[in-house]
Design a protein around this ligand. Structure first.
Ligand SMILES: *Cc1c(COP(=O)(O)O)cnc(C)c1O
Length: 396
């Protein structure tokens, strides 16, 4: 390792250790259960309703509606199930194309494939890590047309481009209003993958509320967790009803008969997980303050180096789910990953871009220079809510 990079990596390890006040292993994002988690879990167990019914599912949905401002919220067993359902409700079906970004977690593309549809990759912005509205518009101008049926067709593949799924990477909001405008111009339904962006707002509006429907995740590594879990957000009451119906085996309400009026899914969130969610969402406002302070701490340190910290995008309020910085090139990225992980400080690169993975290698795509640029350089940093409260943060 060259001296300069080693000096930088050692400084980074010290900086992380100083903030987390430990010589032990420091994970990327650890869940925390310092609120009423145990109380609500015991309440659910004592009630006997731990599975498909119980007051905690309703309570968790209500809390998420209140926090995000969504008209309706439907809890699901995980974020991937929420995305799958959201895409089905957006009308995505066999042979359709769905525009998304190559820089995302594989769940986004898997959910598209569960609908027997094809991902179509456009580029991301370097400033947001989210889907680039210019890349989207340019691709459509060059390759798409709206035909008499009102649908947007990809002229190259002869398939309908039904929906667009931008993702708010690491919690930083994409330029979602501009994306929504392009989608509206082309009759493409907007479905947001807001799995990483609970608590992130664009121009004061919560991410996930800019399109028809959106998905959240409460996996163990997300900003709050239910162990595993997800949520569908929408302002459309009919869609919300269908979401509930489809995710609960399409069973019609009846005092004792089992009538299922279509092939549904067992995608409901168990009440035990929802109970955990009720406690987690109570501490979310506090987490957001503490994670913003952590981002400020990192930003100050990176100002003293000549590497670029991933700052909050313009007009966005980020949840700073995962802090990150850009190494100078792939070689430096790999050296920093090697050094920090060998020294007990967990760091990670971005995911391998979707267009390079075996299942999605042959999907249509735009030029992806920014996706390749950020993938080669981005390093994700430990971002758990820092220990021991607010005074530890002001001690930076
Ligand atoms: C976490 C995540 C999901 C959903 O993941 P689950 O583990 O199924 O809850 C989907 N998309 C992205 C981008 C994610 O980060």
């Amino acid at each position: 390792m060259t001296g300069d990079v080693e000096h930088f990596a050692r400084g980074l390890v010290d900086t992380v250790r100083t903030r987390y006040r430990t010589d032990d292993f420091i994970p990327l994002h650890a869940p925390q259960f310092a609120g009423r988690d145990r109380d609500y879990l015991l309440e659910a167990i004592d009630s006997g309703f731990v599975s498909s019914v119980g007051r905690h599912v309703d309570a968790f949905e209500t809390a998420l509606r209140a926090f995000t401002g969504a008209g309706f919220a439907v809890a699901t067993v995980n974020g991937t199930a929420a995305l799958h359902t959201a895409l089905l409700l957006a009308g995505v079906g066999t042979g359709d194309e769905v525009v998304t970004q190559s820089i995302t977690f594989v769940a986004t593309c898997n959910a598209i494939r569960y609908c027997s549809a094809h991902p179509l990759f456009v580029d991301v912005d370097r400033e947001t890590l989210g889907l680039s509205p210019e890349s989207l518009a340019d691709f459509l101008d060059e390759h798409a047309e709206i035909r008499n049926d009102g649908s947007c067709w990809n002229r190259d593949t002869g398939r309908i481009i039904r929906a667009c799924v931008p993702m708010h990477t690491c919690g930083h909001p994409a330029r979602i209003e501009r994306i929504a405008e392009v989608c509206a111009d082309w009759n493409i339904l907007l479905v947001e993958d807001a799995a990483e962006s609970l608590g992130s707002f664009y121009r004061g509006r919560h991410t996930g509320l800019f399109g028809k429907i959106a998905a959240l995740s409460f996996n163990g590594n997300k900003i709050i967790t239910t162990g595993g879990g997800g949520m569908i957000l929408t302002d459309d009451e009919a869609l919300a009803r269908r979401a509930k119906h489809l995710t609960t085996t399409a069973k019609q309400p009846h005092p004792y008969l089992f009538i299922h009026d279509e092939v549904g899914f067992n995608y409901r969130l168990p009440a035990l997980n929802a109970a955990l969610g009720c406690a987690q969402v109570e501490v979310l406002p506090d987490y957001l303050i503490r994670k913003r302070a952590l981002a400020g701490y990192y930003a100050d340190w990176f100002d003293e180096t000549d590497r670029i910290f991933m700052h909050e995008p313009d007009e966005a309020t980020s949840n700073f789910w995962l802090n990150a910085f850009f190494a100078r090139d792939r070689e430096e990225r790999d050296l920093v990953l090697e050094y920090t992980n060998a020294h007990g400080v967990m760091t990670r690169p971005l995911w391998n871009p979707m267009h390079t993975l075996a299942p999605f290698r042959d999907c249509p795509r735009a030029e992806l220079p920014n996706s390749e640029w950020v993938e080669a350089r981005l390093v994700k940093l430990p971002s758990s809510v820092p220990p021991d409260g607010v005074d530890a943060i002001s001690g930076r």
